[in-house]
Design a binder for this molecule. Structure first.
Ligand code: AMP
Length: 304
């Protein structure tokens, strides 16, 4: 089992969907990632919260395989984000982003975590992602996320990150924008040429597409669910399930990568069933195993 060092946001979110509204609930990319990945391996969070985060640290991260030595609490307010979803839950508008304590965030990796074998660079400024990579001793596996914001504003820094990343997890519009190519297959090839050996393209309710090591692709659908309340964090939860499972495997190869895609999809399918991290906090290993098997049935067909 390989521990994962994960850097990213821990936040208070306000969320409005057609099914309800929640204010100041726990969110953040690193939060979703860590809870999901901790089902498979130990996660070492590197992030910052304000003093207002209080008891949420224990409530959300306590009792799990989550090491908090790299989670700083500083005076001030926690990062805050508000998003509003349309009726089909695919379109999301960011109402506000208040960086708060995140504005002066400089990741500090505790000495005990510098040799972490697996590193996940959440969606933060590429310069901070590079800063984390510079502080760790050569990890076996580096996964990363990014978004349009950085693709547009800091392309040169992002290119330097991509050269040092093994697996990049981004959504389809980000892949197209990064590559400057509308066709997703060509875009994937172009992004691979920038550094990542493996590209995982998240396509929301349409599932996920991953490049295979010898060329070609692996695709998985999203689980058709009757109840979807809040898609916030689905991508980060996917990344946690994916990289968490991979870190628990002896080797990174097509077989483990494809199973990791299904574990990522499994964890993400739970995250959307309730607001914030509520469903993930109630989630059991048996439920994960049962839904993993449902995915097998969902995607299996016989060739006559
Ligand atoms: P996702 O739905 O996977 O895109 O992730 C949503 C989560 O990302 C929310 O819980 C937010 O708190 C967090 N988030 C939103 N914008 C940012 C940002 N600019 N930097 C870091 N985290 C963010």
């Amino acid at each position: 089992m390989n521990p994962i060092l994960a850097v990213g946001s821990v936040a208070f979110d306000s969320i409005k969907t057609p099914f309800g509204e929640k204010n100041r609930v726990v969110g953040g990319a690193a939060t979703y990632f860590a809870i999901a990945a901790s089902f498979f391996t130990e996660v070492r969070i590197v992030a910052v919260v304000g003093e207002d985060f209080g008891q949420n640290v224990a409530k959300v991260f306590g009792g799990r395989r989550i090491d908090l030595a790299g989670l700083e609490t500083v005076p001030g307010e926690t990062f805050r984000w508000k998003g509003e979803y349309g009726f089909d839950l695919n379109s999301r508008e960011t109402i506000y982003t208040h960086l708060n304590v995140f504005e002066k965030f400089a990741p500090k990796i505790p000495a005990s975590h510098k040799s972490s074998p697996v590193v996940f660079l959440g969606n933060i400024h590429p310069t901070l992602q590079l800063d984390v990579l510079d502080q760790v001793q050569k990890p076996k596996l580096v996964g990363a996320d990014t978004m349009n914001y950085w693709i547009e504003r800091t392309p040169e820094e992002l290119k330097r990150v991509l050269k040092r990343v093994d697996i990049l997890l981004i959504n389809d519009s980000e892949a197209r924008e990064l590559a400057g190519e509308a066709n997703l297959v060509k875009a994937a090839r172009a992004v691979q040429a920038m550094g990542p050996k493996t590209l995982v393209i998240k396509r929301g309710e349409h599932g996920v597409l991953m490049t295979r090591t010898g060329g070609g692709f692996f695709a998985a659908p999203a689980m058709p669910l009757e109840e979807v309340f809040d898609p916030t964090g689905a991508g980060d939860t996917f990344a946690g399930g994916f990289l968490g499972y991979l870190a628990s495997c002896d080797e990174v190869a097509d077989a483990s990568l494809t199973r990791a895609i299904i574990y990522g999809s499994t964890l993400a399918s739970f995250a959307v069933e309730d607001f914030s991290v509520d469903r993930l906090l109630r989630l059991t290993r048996d439920e994960v195993a049962a839904r993993f098997n449902e995915f097998k049935e969902l995607t299996h067909f016989d060739v006559v």
